[in-house]
Ligand binder design. Sequence first.
Ligand SMILES: Cc1cc2nc3c(=O)[nH]c(=O)nc-3n(C[C@H](O)[C@H](O)[C@H](O)COP(=O)(O)O)c2cc1C
Length: 238
Amino acid sequence: MKITVINGTEKHGVTYKMKEIFLEQFKKDAEITEYYLPKDCPNFCVGCITCFGQGEHLCKDAEYIQKIEKSLLEADLLVFTSPAYVFHATGAMKAMLDHFGYRWMPHRPAKEMFGKRAVIITQCLGAGGKSTAKDIKDSLSWWGVSYIKVCSFKLMSEIRWDKIPDKKREGFAKKLEALARKMKSIDYSKPAHTSFVTKCKFLAVRMLQTGLGKDNPEYTDFKYWKENGWIDNVRPWK
Ligand SMILES: Cc1cc2nc3c(=O)[nH]c(=O)nc-3n(C[C@H](O)[C@H](O)[C@H](O)COP(=O)(O)O)c2cc1C
């Protein structure tokens, strides 16, 4: 199986340790590709809207975005990690997610996303881990991913891994290992179930795109929906 990991920080700190514990069980037989932010996606979206209007290949940062996107589309399991920075995902993670605005369902979602599984790992000192996970989950679910498991931790003591009391670290490891076992037991030859909510969102956007296409059949997003057969009876889920 293939796993693509997007690390919201380059630091080999607590988030990194947690991600390593989660991945441990997959290391023998999975092909794991990791991206570290901001190194692997160093620039901000500048709002030029070229991706929306003309195509993602014309983005000034296409070399970074297209590489990450290829890995995401090829993966069976997506893993996103981030510490809470002032209650939210790191700026580097947000900067990367902004670049994928064109993949949100109201624009040009990738059909592969509707059958994917994802894990989000976040941690914070005291508060903000859940809102950090939500920042990432918002994008994943609007990309079309229904199966998303969130693992969020509160350190409540120390923010240096080695200084965290053993008992607490063991508790974190137990939870991460249990999630890894669950994710490992999945038959990845079958796509994940697409949820009712995701289907409703898709059908609402389909109505929107149908209307936009009547006004302008050359509209980039409408053409994409039409080419995929989604304006007709084809659906991106099985
Ligand atoms: C800029 C910055 C902002 C942070 N904001 C929060 C926060 O809002 N809530 C919180 O509980 N911890 C906060 N923390 C602590 C982190 O979430 C995290 O626990 C800590 O950085 C250790 O993780 P790391 O080793 O992976 O970087 C913050 C840390 C930094 C550097």
